[in-house]
Design a protein around this ligand. Structure first.
Ligand code: PEP
Length: 249
């Protein structure tokens, strides 16, 4: 059976003392669902978070990484560096990185390859913009993002890939896809996987929804059969809200 996951993307928020506070608050929370829980602090606080959350069942994950092994890439961080501090999962292709840092399907394909070469798992993000949805092109956009970045992979690699459907128009806007819109797209994504790789990959791949998930809407969204969890931005910055979402399963 595929895993349920709730991952918090802290983005460029929380200095060191704020990180300390949020980690302490998270440790006070009680999990009453079967979801795997992850949080993605900024790089400067990553190692600290790994040590603070050691012994809990909250996994610390990264928000991004470079596609090269190492070398002259000022400001970048490699898969090997993440691995060496105990970070085993990395978010790739978030729409903010695609929009502000020119990430493309091609560079993301290289990043995915790099995660696999280093034994990391990726949470691969994609999703259409508002104009795509208004034009009825959302499925074509999503299909091409998945195909271009991921369809060179062998079936066996998919055990290391989590998908995160994040319609750009719903991220940080307070506007959520309806549970039906999320379900329709997740079912389409699963069909796309089935057509290429067959039932096993399609049924075992976890597909998260992201876009203004909050404590008051999580249960309805997670209630849909093809929605296996969430990638949470704003609501992951408050431990109580985040765990209300975790426990919505
Ligand atoms: C995100 O950034 O991945 C996200 C889903 O943000 P928010 O929950 O704030 O919409």
């Amino acid at each position: 059976m595929r895993k349920h996951i709730v991952a918090g993307n802290w983005k460029m928020n929380n200095n060191h003392s704020e990180t300390h506070q949020l980690l302490s608050d998270l440790k006070q929370q009680t999990k009453s669902s079967n979801a795997e829980v992850m949080v993605a602090p900024t790089y400067v606080n990553l190692q600290y978070a790994v040590s603070e959350l050691g012994g809990t069942d909250i996994e610390v994950i990264a928000q991004n990484m470079h596609f090269a092994d190492n070398g002259a890439y000022t400001g970048e961080v490699s898969a090997n560096m993440l691995n060496s501090i105990g970070v085993k999962t990395v978010i790739l292709g978030h729409s903010e990185r695609r929009a502000y840092f020119n990430e493309t399907d091609e560079s993301l394909a290289k990043k995915v390859d790099q995660t696999l070469a280093n034994g990391l798992r990726s949470i691969f993000c994609f999703g259409e913009e508002l104009a795509d949805r208004k034009a009825g092109n959302q499925e074509a956009v999503v299909e091409s993002q998945i195909k271009n970045a991921l369809f060179h992979l062998e079936a066996s690699a998919w055990q290391h890939i989590v998908l995160a459907y994040e319609p750009v128009w719903a991220i940080g806007t307070g506007e959520t896809a309806t549970p039906e819109q999320a379900q329709d797209m997740h079912a389409f994504i699963r069909k796309t996987l089935r057509d290429k790789y067959g039932d096993e990959v399609a049924e075992n791949t976890t597909i998260l929804y992201g876009g203004s998930v909050k404590p008051n809407n999580a249960k309805e969204i997670f209630g849909k059969p093809d929605v296996d969890g969430g990638l949470i931005g704003g609501a992951s910055l408050k431990a109580e809200d985040f765990f209300a979402i975790v426990n919505a399963f």
